[in-house]
Structure formats: structure tokens, C-alpha cells
Design a protein around this ligand. Structure first.
Ligand code: ADP
Length: 485
């Protein structure tokens, strides 16, 4: 099949979270299956920096109309890698900025215009370069593609056959803007109704995508169920329930060419299930990087890598930092985002400098070192659509401690020391006491060396590669194309 991916992130070009990992890996897996995939992302300044020499334009100028003016957009050839073609939408006045979405986990005020322009530019560019059978759009930033296709582009003979699949990577980010966004983006007012993209008197990008796409997917089976409930649906549960027959939960995969302790170029040593010795060197290297060389071998090290947002559950961690300090455990954390959570982490490290070390920022290489060097990995998420770090942790023999939600619940099986079965530790209530009790269980299990090795090996044996998910996506594309026909 011919498929166009449209997304706001894609590794290795631009990443803030798991979306980038998925948009980086899935197209290559689809290409391996013989499908023709191209990927469109915005030409952010950090993408521009990765281009050698002058950008090569495949399209010099597309006209993207707004209410009182036009913008003129170029399309840069991002090259062909592993049989996937990349295109970058170039609109310097909107994308040549330091951040993808806004400063310090916040939002640029013109995000509606930025990502609406991106959506229209993908459509216009596909008309010239090649219309796919399926537009596969990701999250709110690409959600207006199905909306435009079924409204202002509905009569276009070139686009009429193109189906749309929308993937929800996180229902907590919807792209909500004032009602007059409708006019500014040149959409007819009749889309601004409760059954289309209006929600509580706001213009809602994600809701538009959910209503107008032919098929919907989200990134785990559990999250597909959760978002149909008021607790997790973020007010979209009604729409999602109405579209339940068209919604599939497909778990994210892991790109093992990037995340494998036997080959990972960021590590001090390599290791595998057959030979675990290198993990000790990785641990020493990690403790050195964080200035925690004094931590004893018998003390477990808990790693954290996260966007620091309410979703990730660090408010319950903040409530147990003093209790944790009384345990024999060390913490290494890497994260950035909401300044209030960044301060929680900074204060934690200041108060307990001998056992807690924190790096505020985004650091790809360090994230690999933490996956390899820690003994345990903590993800106490309030909700977690798929979660990738717990799957990376399994591969690295770093035992996950997770809250039983979304993809975390689907991928982690509670350790049963008697049967020698399970891959991690999982608590149900979003409650500091439940979290602490689960960490205590993990610390206790760490004391039994033979049991712990079994637990590590159980996790390392799990296979979360993209092979199966890619086949599941192809099925969804076929269903979408049938519906369109
Ligand atoms: P989300 O997409 O909600 O952020 P995921 O677990 O799906 O959560 O994916 C997070 C991805 O982002 C992982 O690849 C993780 O390693 C990476 N990541 C998150 N924060 C950082 C950071 N501060 N530095 C480096 N990598 C990070």
C-alpha cells in the first residue's frame, strides 16, 4: 500500500516523547513488508540543523490560505532511509524555533495556525508528489488532515479515494483553541458543532480527527478501553464510544536496532541474557555520571526517564521522598517539562544528595545509560497510553515498577517469586502508599539474587518488536481503504 505519515515528531529528526519513536520505527517496518511509505514532519530549526548543506526543495512554494492572507510553504526532501521517504514542511516563520510546541512544556500562542498549516501543506504536497491510499495521521497536530479532506477538499478528484487512519498517542493533548479558529483556518462553521469538532465552546483538533477519520487506533489494548470511560477519556469518551467499532488498540513496538544492550553504542559495556556481566559496568558508569559512586552493590538503583507532566504521576512520588530516603535505595532521574515538577526533582536531589541524583534536561545518550545501568525503572503514571520505557527496561534487564494503567498494564506482569514468573512490579491505586508498598516489594526481591536474575531474564526474553504491530496496522489500512471505497 501507499501510505503517508503525518506527525509532529519523528526520530532521529525531532523528538520530545514516544510519538517520535513510533513515527521513526513503524514506517521502516512497513517498508520491510513491501509498503511504500513517506513521512511528513515540520522543518523545525533542529531538523534544519541536521541537514548537510543547503536544503533540497522538492516543492519551492505551496500557497496555504488563511482568512486574510496566504502563507507560502516549501517542501524539503529529507532523503530516503531504509526505503522510507522523508519530507519536511518548511515555513520558517512558524517552525524555525527553538522548541517544537512551546517554551518549558508550554504552548506557542500560534499553535493552531502552525499545525493547521502543516496539515494543509501535507495534503497539497501529496497532490503534487503522490496521493497515498491512506493518510496515517498522528495526534492533534495532524488531526485536521481528515477534517480538511472531508470538508473543503471533499470534491477534489485526486483526493477522493484517499482513506484516513488516525492514531491517538495521548488523549490528554487535544489542541483546543477559541471558536473563531474555525474561520481563521477557513473551515465551514458547520464543523463547529458538538457532534463534530466543537467541545465546550472550543475548537478541538483531536476531536475533529476522531470524527472525520475512516479508522481510529490507539497505542495499547487497555488504553483503547480506558479512553471510552469518563475517567480517561478527557471528555472524548462519548465520541470514542460512538466510534468504538472503528477503534483498534495496537501496542507500540520497540526499535531493537536502537534499544538493545548487546549493541547499544551509548553504553560503557554490552550485555545480553547469555552474558550479563556487562550490566555491572553499565551500572558503575551510570553512578559515576551522576556522582553517586559511593552507592553499595547491594543497594538497588531506581532509574527514571520522563517528560515531567502531570500524566507521569510524580506528584505521588513527591509524597514519598522522605520515606524512600529511609530505604536502602538510590535514585537517578532524567527529565524535563513542567517547571513545578522539575523543582520537585531538584529539591529531592538537594535534600538527599547521597542517594538521589537528578539531571533536568533532554539527553538521548544518558537515557540509554539509565536504561542499562539502573536495576529498576519507575513509571508511576496516572495514565500511560502505551509507554515505551518499560519495554526498553525489560530488554535491558532493568525491572519495571509501574502503575497498572494503559500499556503499562498490558506489558508488565507482576513478579511471582514462588513460581519464578513475571517481569516486574505493578500497583493499582494512584496512591503514594500503594507506590511505596510496591517499591518495598521490589527492594525485598532485589535481596534474593537468584530470584532477581530470573526476573531480569524473564523480562529480557520478552519480544516487543514491531513485526506484529506493523501487520496489525496494515489490516487497519485495508479496512480504512475498504470503507473509503
Ligand atoms: P511519552 O511519549 O508520554 O513521553 P513514552 O514512554 O511513550 O512516553 O516515550 C518516552 C520517550 O521519550 C522514550 O524514548 C524516552 O526515553 C524519551 N524521553 C523522555 N524524556 C526524556 C529525556 N528527558 N531525555 C531523553 N529521553 C527522554
Amino acid at each position: 500500500m501507499r501510505v503517508v505519515f503525518a506527525a509532529s515528531e519523528c526520530t532521529p529528526f525531532a523528538k520530545t516523547g514516544g510519538l517520535a519513536d513510533v513515527v521513526g520505527a513503524l514506517p521502516r517496518e512497513l517498508a520491510k513488508l513491501g509498503h511504500e511509505v513517506s513521512v511528513y514532519i515540520p522543518f523545525y530549526s533542529r531538523v534544519r540543523k541536521q541537514i548537510e548543506g543547503e536544503p533540497k526543495y522538492v516543492i519551492r512554494s505551496l500557497t496555504i490560505p488563511f482568512r486574510y492572507y496566504n502563507r507560502f510553504v516549501g517542501v524539503v526532501d529529507g532523503g530516503r532511509h531504509d526505503n522510507v521517504q522523508y519530507y519536511f514542511i518548511d515555513a520558517p516563520e512558524l517552525f524555525d524555533r527553538r522548541e517544537l510546541y512551546g517554551p518549558s512544556g508550554g504552548e506557542y500562542t500560534d499553535n493552531a495556525e502552525r499545525f493547521a498549516l502543516f496539515c494543509r501543506a501535507v495534503i497539497e504536497s501529496a497532490k503534487l508528489i503522490g496521493v497515498p491510499q491512506v493518510f496515517h495521521v498522528h495526534d492533534w497536530q495532524a488531526a485536521l488532515i481528515p477534517v480538511y479532506l472531508k470538508t473543503v477538499y471533499a470534491a477534489d478528484p485526486l483526493l477522493r479515494g484517499a482513506a484516513t487512519v488516525m492514531t491517538i498517542h495521548n488523549a490528554g493533548y487535544q489542541g483546543k483553541f477559541p471558536p473563531n479558529t474555525t474561520e481563521q483556518l477557513l473551515l465551514p462553521w458547520d464543523v463547529f458543532t458538538m457532534d463534530k469538532l466543537e467541545m465546550y465552546d472550543r475548537f478541538n483538533f483531536l476531536k475533529g480527527g476522531l470524527v472525520f477519520s475512516d479508522m481510529l487506533t490507539t497505542v495499547s489494548r487497555k488504553y483503547a478501553e480506558e479512553i471510552q470511560t469518563p475517567e480517561f477519556g478527557e471528555h472524548l469518551d462519548g465520541v470514542l464510544k460512538r466510534r468504538a467499532a472503528d477503534l483498534r488498540g495496537i501496542l507500540n513496538g520497540v526499535d531493537y536496532s536502537l534499544w538493545n544492550p548487546a549493541t547499544d553504542g551509548n553504553l560503557a559495556a554490552h550485555y545480553s541474557p547469555e552474558s550479563l556481566a556487562g550490566k555491572k559496568d553499565c551500572r558503575a558508569d551510570l553512578l559515576h555520571a551522576f556522582g553517586l559512586e559511593e552507592i553499595a552493590d547491594a543497594t538497588p538503583v531506581i532509574g527514571i526517564i520522563s517528560r515531567l507532566a502531570t500524566q507521569k504521576g510524580f506528584d505521588i512520588v513527591a509524597k514519598i521522598t522522605e520515606e524512600l530516603a529511609r530505604r536502602d535505595v538510590a535514585i537517578v532521574a532524567l527529565g524535563a517539562g513542567d517547571p513545578s515538577y522539575e523543582n520537585v526533582f531538584r529539591n529531592w536531589a538537594i535534600r538527599h544528595a547521597s542517594s538521589v541524583a537528578v539531571r533536568i534536561g533532554y539527553d538521548e545518550a544518558l537515557s540509554h545509560k539509565i536504561e542499562a545501568g539502573a536495576d529498576m525503572f519507575l513509571m508511576p503514571s496516572r495514565y500511560e497510553p502505551s509507554g515505551l520505557n518499560q519495554m526498553y527496561s525489560l530488554k535491558y534487564g532493568t525491572v519495571p515498577i509501574v502503575r497498572a494503567t494503559g500499556g503499562l498494564d498490558d506489558t508488565i506482569e507482576e513478579w511471582d517469586a514462588v513460581a519464578g514468573k513475571g517481569t516486574g512490579f505493578k500497583f493499582a491505586g494512584f496512591d503514594p502508599n500503594d507506590l511505596l508498598a510496591e517499591i518495598d516489594r521490589a527492594i525485598k526481591a532485589f535481596g534474593d539474587k537468584a530470584g532477581w536474575t530470573r526476573l531480569m531474564l524473564n523480562g529480557m526474553a520478552r519480544d516487543y518488536s514491531w513485526t506484529l504491530p506493523a501487520q496489525q496496522y496494515v489490516k487497519v489500512y485495508e479496512e480504512a481503504a475498504q470503507r473509503r471505497a
